[in-house]
Design a binder for this molecule. Structure first.
Ligand SMILES: Cc1cc2nc3c(=O)[nH]c(=O)nc-3n(C[C@H](O)[C@H](O)[C@H](O)COP(=O)(O)OP(=O)(O)OC[C@H]3O[C@@H](n4cnc5c(N)ncnc54)[C@H](O)[C@@H]3O)c2cc1C
Length: 433
């Protein structure tokens, strides 16, 4: 049996290079306020360096140019990349493109539809096209996707799609959308929903607007990272645009979401650590009421609690990744659900405490904390709200328990049973007294 909290020295070298590269080369770009397309030009040489190091799109299997690292190593990489929003873009694994590439890859593997690799997957991997994932609808609860209303009806060699989606991240800058739609309303949605690739310029696709959010209240249309509202009205696409097999939409979604959640959680830890470092730096720098903030008990509590929570979240996430590597994503359902809500709350709490320690400066836009805080709030909602993940953990855990009219630990009952079982021994012991 092996218990190990270390990484191989060769991989540790890669992580060390990444730490330096992200801090020295990527952090400074955050402050330049460049448009996304300008930023893309600026980061291109950095992306080349990442490719030379063999770390580009590392989440992919080796046959697609990835490194086959497995989730534990990928998680450790995402912890470094997550410190800055630009990190995943420079390393070729920004959401939703990375997840969508995985979906396409899994679908192609299942169906052998190589034309999809050439037409969509390879350009996506090369960063030549952009994608979005279009599942959530304003009229139905996204946390219960069995309620999906968007329909895709087969008509000869085509699917005809009708529906209304929103929060399709990057929809307004994407070249294609992966749409989750009901293809067979007569069976349970888990067997009757499919994913279909829709080029964004297909007639009937209307990107109605980018929804302003807490993270970007005054967003301009067509910005990278926006969340689009999309109408699909009699949108006709070839049946060959189906990803995987018909009716397998939810199976594909599960495959995509498992690793994605590990990466999210590790990126949140990178963000948390950055906020934590800011909090500690301020605590040892600022004096009030006769001493450093670091000497006040409330601040010490925040430092200690944050440290403990981040450590717990890190161990939980790496354990979930380890289990996924060994036993596959379905076996790690509870662990993945636990880290999703636990990690999102750790992120939120650590940033909140860091803001508090900085006072007005923390609330100001002179530090990245206010922006991190607004972004962090969404982590408790996207990829399923906290409550749903808690429910998954509780439901699956409770399955291991049977009802007992009298609690199995009821002391008087246990005493009676123990007396009956040990009658003879008790008689001997009492007689010897
Ligand atoms: C920043 C961001 C990016 C996103 N990107 C995408 C994307 O790219 N593509 C996409 O398709 N979607 C995306 N989404 C949508 C996201 O997946 C949904 O918001 C999420 O699934 C929740 O669905 P909903 O918003 O409809 O909330 P609802 O389903 O209406 O839930 C609202 C609230 O109800 C409560 N609730 C729900 N179920 C339960 C339960 N079982 N027990 C207790 N309480 C419950 C929770 O408090 C929950 O927050 C994104 C969302 C955000 C915020």
């Amino acid at each position: 049996m092996a218990w190990d909290f270390e990484t191989e020295p060769e991989f540790e070298e890669k992580l060390a290079w990444m730490r330096g590269f992200v801090r020295e080369e990527i952090f400074p770009l955050e402050t330049l306020d460049l448009e996304y397309d300008q930023m893309l030009r600026v980061i291109r040489p950095l992306q080349e360096q990442v490719k030379e190091k063999g770390l580009w799109a590392a989440h992919l299997p080796p046959e697609l140019g990835g490194m086959g690292f497995g989730q534990v190593r990928l998680g450790l990489m995402h912890e470094i990349l997550g410190q800055t929003a630009l990190g995943p873009v420079v390393f070729g694994n920004n959401a939703p493109d990375s997840g969508n590439a995985e979906l396409l890859a899994v679908g192609i593997e299942a169906t052998g539809r190589e034309d999809q690799r050439e037409q969509w997957l390879q350009p996506l991997l090369d960063g030549k096209v952009r994608s979005a994932y279009s599942m959530t609808e304003p009229e139905t609860a996204g946390s219960d996707p069995t309620l999906l209303r968007t329909r895709a009806e087969r008509d000869g060699d085509e699917y005809v799609i009708n529906g209304h989606k929103w929060f399709t991240s990057n929809g307004s800058v994407a070249d294609f959308l992966i749409v989750m739609a009901v293809t067979n309303p007569d069976v349970h949605p888990y067997q009757g929903s499919s994913m279909i690739l829709v080029p964004v310029d297909t007639p009937g696709v209307e990107i109605a607007r980018d929804v302003p959010t807490m993270a970007h209240p005054e967003t301009e249309y067509g910005r990278f990272g926006n969340h689009a509202e999309v109408y699909y009205r009699d949108v006709r696409v070839p049946a060959a645009n189906l990803i995987g097999r018909e009716g397998e939409g939810f199976t594909l979604a599960q495959m995509r979401l498992g690793p994605g959640r590990i990466h999210h959680c590790m990126r949140w830890l990178g963000q948390s650590k950055r906020a934590f470092d800011m909090m500690c730096e301020r605590a040892v720098s600022r004096t009030a009421h006769g001493g450093l903030l670091a000497e006040k008990q409330s601040v010490q509590n925040w430092v200690a609690d944050s440290m403990a929570e981040m450590h717990a979240a890190r161990l939980m996430t790496l354990h979930a990744a380890w289990k996924m590597d060994r036993e596959g994503a379905p076996a790690a359902r509870i662990e993945i659900a636990m880290i999703k809500f636990y990690g999102a709350n750790v992120l939120f709490n650590v940033i909140d405490r860091a803001i508090q320690v900085h006072g007005a400066l923390g609330f100001s836009c002179d530090l990245p904390l206010e922006q991190m805080y607004r972004q962090a709030r969404a982590a408790r909602i996207y990829d399923g709200p906290d409550e749903v993940h808690r429910q998954t953990v509780a439901r699956r855990t409770l399955k291991n328990y049977a009802p007992h009219e009298v609690p199995s630990e009821h002391i008087p009952t246990r005493r009676e049973e123990a007396r009956a079982r040990f009658t003879e021994m008790l008689e001997q012991v009492t007689a010897n007294l």
